[in-house]
Unconditional design. Structure first.
Length: 260
């Protein structure tokens, strides 16, 4: 049984076949799909999906860095209100993205710091989006983080130095379809992730793995990433499924500790 630790199944990209897509995931053995939020516009569809599939689709709540604009304080207020919803398993996704736009770097840092504080106050894991921003991410973590902060660097694309630094925060590392791309060197980095820090994700509908690259991603395609990761570690897909699902259960506290 697999856990897709990061997937946006509530987006309009799945409007035409959402139920069938989720059924394909379940048929493939992907029994949990964890839903990170984007901004205030995605709160209602995210919660609606989680309420329709309460055992399979589990909600997170956060403000994505690319949604940090002039109105970021209002966005944060609405996200904070949504934290009162029952069943939220994480704060995210949050972080810093300097790939698309550097205009709001200071605001992104402030928003990231705020969500780090929420994670610590609520004892929830933090789901970090880091794109062209590891230096800034680490700086904010050093200043705003503290004992007990836990989480995952989602869609990890850093090198060895970034991996070592990310692991030093006691965070897990999320790996998705990028590892299957022919022009990706991520496999060499993945090999150095301790198996007890490894999570699998799709980031659907984005970043579909080979052989689906360029198409809409979905949670059933997690098995293609799992196959590549199993090859890297010289383990079976079944063992990778067991390891990564156990890691997700521990990080997101998906089952009572006395049952682990």
């Amino acid at each position: 049984m697999y856990t897709d630790s990061h997937t946006h199944l509530y987006l309009d990209a799945f409007e035409g076949d959402r139920d069938q897509m989720i059924q394909r995931a379940l048929d493939a053995g992907v029994t949990r799909m964890l839903l990170p939020n984007i901004d205030s516009s995605s709160i209602v569809p995210l919660f609606s999906l989680a309420e329709r599939f309460p055992d399979q689709c589990l909600p997170m709540m956060g403000l994505h860095p690319t949604s940090v604009k002039e109105n970021y304080r209002e966005e944060l207020r609405r996200i904070e209100e949504a934290l009162e919803h029952k069943g939220i398993i994480a704060i995210g996704e949050t972080g810093i993205d300097l790939y698309w736009d550097k205009t709001f770097l200071k605001e992104q840092e402030e928003v990231f710091s705020t969500q780090i504080a929420w994670a610590m106050d609520l004892d929830l894991p933090l789901v970090i989006h880091a794109r062209d921003s590891f230096t800034e991410i680490f700086r904010v973590l050093d200043s705003a983080g503290g004992p007990g902060l836990r989480g995952v660097f989602h869609s990890f694309t850093g090198g060895q130095a970034e991996l070592e630094r990310a692991l030093s925060y006691n965070f897990m590392i999320g790996i998705n379809g990028i590892v299957t791309f022919k022009n990706s060197n991520l496999g060499e980095v993945v090999r150095k992730i301790p198996t007890d820090r490894l999570l699998l994700e799709t980031d659907a509908p984005f970043l579909a793995p080979v052989p689906f690259r360029g198409k809409r991603n979905e949670s059933s395609y997690l098995l293609e990433t799992a196959a590549k990761v199993a090859e890297i570690y010289n383990l079976s897909k079944e063992e990778i499924a067991r390891i990564t699902s156990t890691n997700a259960e521990l990080l997101f506290r998906l089952i009572p500790e006395n049952e682990i």
